[in-house]
Every structure is written in C-alpha cells, then in structure tokens.
Design a protein around this ligand. Structure first.
Ligand code: ZN
Length: 90
C-alpha cells in the first residue's frame, strides 16, 4: 500500500469517529470521507459504508435517525430524513 493511501484511510477512520462524537456535523464528515476515498482511489470500508445514507449522506444511528427492519435474512435500513432504504444480507 502506498503512503498516501494509508494516510487517506487513516483520515477516513478519524472522520467516521468524529461522526459519533459530533452528530450535528456528521453530514459534513461523511461528505469529506467520500471525497477522500475518491481522491485516493480506494472504497470506503464496508462497515462504514453501511452507516452512511445514500440519499442525504447522513450518519445513520439505529434508533436515532434510522429504522432497522429484518425480513427474510435481509436487513432494511430506512433513513428517517430522506426515507432512502438501504438493504443488504446478513
Ligand atoms: Zn437519508
């Protein structure tokens, strides 16, 4: 792995942690994390991607700003703000 890739990934890590500490600014942080991953040409980690709303870029916290439903081994996450539904197998 090249140096700038490592630095980029580290910064994405930091940004995603900042979302937890400052939920008010989460949209800004997820936006920056997305931009950063584009810049270094690496995708955001799966664990993080699942926490970012596709529609509005909000950082999703179950029970706070999103609804989680399980059905037929598929997990549905609905964003309370823009009603975008994410789904993936679990
Ligand atoms: Zn949303």
């Amino acid at each position: 792995m090249k140096e700038y890739e490592q630095i980029g990934l580290e910064r994405i890590d930091i940004l995603m942690n900042m979302c937890k500490v400052y939920p008010k600014n989460a949209k800004r942080y997820t936006y920056l994390a997305k931009k950063l991953s584009e810049k270094i040409g690496l995708p955001i980690l799966k664990e993080y991607k699942r926490l970012i709303c596709k529609g509005c870029g909000e950082y999703l916290v179950p029970g706070k700003n999103c609804t989680v439903r399980l059905k037929n081994k598929v997990k549905y996450i609905t964003c309370n703000e823009c009603k975008t539904i994410k789904r993936f197998n679990y």
